[in-house]
Design a protein around this ligand. Structure first.
Ligand code: SF4
Length: 227
């Protein structure tokens, strides 16, 4: 697989926020979200064999724990990634997959926790969501809406209602987008949407979902990579 980086840090997103996690970041993405903070993944990376990746994961986390496969868009390398998921699961790692929701997810093992983005209009990529992926979701999976505006919030709310997704509110995540190229202070000033406003909208609408902040952007300076 083409790998950008493998590192251990604190999980900053999803219902696993705050837990130690090994991140395996794969190269390449076929979307171009307007607020993307991972453009450095679009090209480059080093080719690594699955055994070499496993060795590095075991070095970083020898006693099991969380491993997140992220990108870029990891499912662009699904031919190698699907067997790799099975290898990780056989070693008793808890496996997370961060994906844009644009690639087919039917072949992802059910034991993998899928964290699937539903892109909203301000991303410029909201028409790329693969609706068939909703049928692949299990109770382990999460849907994440990254929001940059009130229009995005309205879109997410209507998506949740239209698809009857309320049954598992803890696994519906609404998260303010972070300003692209943000540097310096670890502050909500860098959010494109004020989390306080988002909280007020969710409460006013009785929207059963989780408000998520990208914790790693508040622990470390927002421009740092590999944290
Ligand atoms: S899907 Fe992710 S990596 Fe790809 S452009 Fe969007 S935010 Fe960036």
């Amino acid at each position: 697989m083409h790998i950008i980086e493998i590192y251990k840090s604190i999980q900053g997103e999803s219902s696993f926020t705050g837990l130690p996690c090994v991140f395996v970041r794969l190269a390449g993405c076929n979307l171009r979200c307007s607020w993307c903070d991972s453009e450095y993944t679009f090209s480059g990376g080093s080719k690594m064999s699955s055994p070499a990746i496993l060795t590095e994961i075991q070095r970083l986390s020898p006693t099991g724990g969380l491993v997140e496969i992220t990108g870029g868009e990891p499912m662009l390398q699904d031919r190698e990634l699907i067997p790799f998921f099975h290898q990780l699961l056989a070693l008793h790692y808890q496996v997370l997959l961060e994906t844009s929701g644009e690639r087919p997810l039917e072949l992802v093992p059910r034991e993998v926790h899928k964290i699937v983005d539903v892109k909203c209009p301000a991303s410029g990529e909201h028409l790329r969501f693969r609706h068939e992926n909703l049928a692949t979701l299990t109770p382990l999976d999460e849907l994440k809406f990254v929001l940059a505006s009130r229009d995005d919030y309205d879109y997410a709310r209507e998506f949740i209602r239209a698809h009857g997704l309320h049954s598992n509110p803890a696994r519906l995540i609404l998260s303010p987008a972070f300003r692209k190229g943000a540097t310096g202070a670890r502050s909500t000033e860098n959010c494109l949407l004020d989390p306080r406003e988002l909280a007020q909208w969710m409460l006013a609408d009785n929207l059963d979902a989780r408000l998520g902040l990208q914790l790693h952007k508040f622990i470390w300076e927002p421009q740092l990579k590999g944290v």
